[in-house]
Design a protein around this ligand. Sequence first.
Ligand SMILES: C[S@@+](CC[C@H](N)C(=O)[O-])C[C@H]1O[C@@H](n2cnc3c(N)ncnc32)[C@H](O)[C@@H]1O
Length: 485
Amino acid sequence: FVSSSARGRLQLKKSFARIVLSPSNSRVHCSVGTETQVQTLWSWAQAQGVQGESIRPSEVTEGLGLLAQRPVGQGDEILSVPETVWINLATVQKSSLGKVTEGLKSWVAIALFLIHETSNSNSKWRPYLDTLPKNLDSPLFWSDEELAELQGTQLLGSVVGYLEFLENEYNKVVEEIMERNTDLFDPAVFTFDAFRWAFGILRSRSFAPLTGEELALVPVADLMNHGVGLDDKNPSWLKKSSGGQIWNIGKSSSNVLTVRASANFQSGEQILMQYGSAKSNADLALDYGFVEPNTESQFGGGIERDSLALSLEISPEDRFIDDKADILEINGFQCSMQFDLPRGQGPSDEMITFLRLSALSGPDSFLLEALFRNEAWGHVSLPVSRDNEEGICTSMLEGLRAALDGYSTTIEEDLEILGQEDLSVRKEIAVVVRLGEKRVMQELQTWFEARLEELDSLEYYAERRLRNLGLMDDGGYMTPWVFNE
Ligand SMILES: C[S@@+](CC[C@H](N)C(=O)[O-])C[C@H]1O[C@@H](n2cnc3c(N)ncnc32)[C@H](O)[C@@H]1O
C-alpha cells in the first residue's frame, strides 16, 4: 500500500523530532473566541494601513471569510493591503532569519519565517497568525487510514510525491541551516510537521500574481473563500505599484495588493473568488483541502472538476524507440507523456496520435523511416492500419480495466457513500476524487469500445494514399486501370 510505504520512506533527521497534529474532520476551523480573534485581526489590519470599507472579516461555513458590508459590484476594488503587512521574501530578509536563509527558495525561507513568527509572542503579525487554521484538510495531512480511502487514485500518487519532496526539502534545511544555527532554530519548534503545516498554509493562501519568487502571504486578502462557478478571467488579486514616481524614492515599500470582486454581491453576502477554473478536484483537494462535489452554482455554469491525468510511456524496450523518440521530439513531445483528460471530453487528438505512434510495428513501421521523418506525425494523426488502431484500443482497454480494478470501491458504492449524511470533509474529498477518476476511465472505456466497433469503417493510411494520388475514388473503388493491372 503506497501511503504506508511513503511514510516508511520519510526518514527525518532525528534531532528534529516530529509532533503529530491531530486530524480535523470538521468543516469549520474556528474555535471559541474566534469572533474576538477576527475583531482583533481586523482592528490590527486597519491600524497597519489595510483599507476595505465595503467588507468585514467574519466566521462563515468555510472557516473565516469576507462579508460584504454594502452591495458590491463586479470589478469593484474592495480591499487594499500595503506590502508592509505582507509576509514575503523581503520580510524574511529584513528579519533575524535574513542572513541565515539567504539563497533559499522563496517558499522555504517564508515557511521558516512563518514557523519562527508563530512561536514568537511579540510578532508583529500576532493577530494574523492567531487566525491561521491549525489543521489543514489537504491529503498531505491525512492519517494512513484516511489515505487508504484514496487507494488506486492518482491523487494518492501525488500526495506521496509531495511528502517525499517536502521531506527532502526539510532534511536539506535541517542539515544546511538549522543544525548550524540552533540558537535561531529550536528543534522542538522547527519540526517536520511544522514545516509541512507552513507549506500547506502557503499553498492554500497564496494567489497569482503573488506566487513563485513573488510569493507572499497577504493578511485579510487571504480570507476570501472559493465560489463554485465564479469567473477567473479577471484576476481577483492585483499587485499595484507606485514605483517610478520620484517622490517615492527612498520609501521602503510602494506595493499594494488590491482585491477586486469577481461578481456582484449583496450586502451581508460572502465575497468569494475563483481559485482556478483549470483545477481538477484532485488539485483543489491537494492545494486547499476541499472539492466541488457537484457543479451547481449560484454564479451560473459550473466547471467540470472530474479529471484524470493519464500517463503514457513508450517502452524503452520498443524495437523502434529511437525513431519514435525522434519523431516525438520533432513535434514537441517526449516518450513519456501526461495527458489531462477532463470528464466529458474523451481522449484528445494528441493522445490518440501518441498512441498510434507508440503502437507502430510490423508492416506499418515503414512510416518510421528517415524519409518520412517530418511527415510521420501527420501520418499517425489519422488511422494508420486496422492492426494499429485495434492495438491501441485493446491496450487502452486492458490498462483501464486494470486501473479500475485498483480502486477499492465501485462507482455505485461511491455514489451511495456520497449520499450519506455526516460525511467527514476528508472522506468526501476521497470519494469525490476517486469517483471522478473512475468516471473518466469509464468514459474512456466506452470511447475505445466504440472505436473497436468501427474499425471496419475507418479509412487507413494505404487507402488514404491511393485516394490522394487519385487512384481511388471517394467510394473506395480503385480507378479502373489500377484495378485492371
Ligand atoms: C485562502 S483561505 C480562505 C480563508 C479560510 N476560510 C480561513 O478560515 O482562513 C483557503 C482555505 O479556505 C477554505 N475554503 C475556501 N473556499 C472553500 C470552499 N468553497 N469550500 C470549503 N472550504 C473552502 C479551505 O480550507 C481553503 O484551504
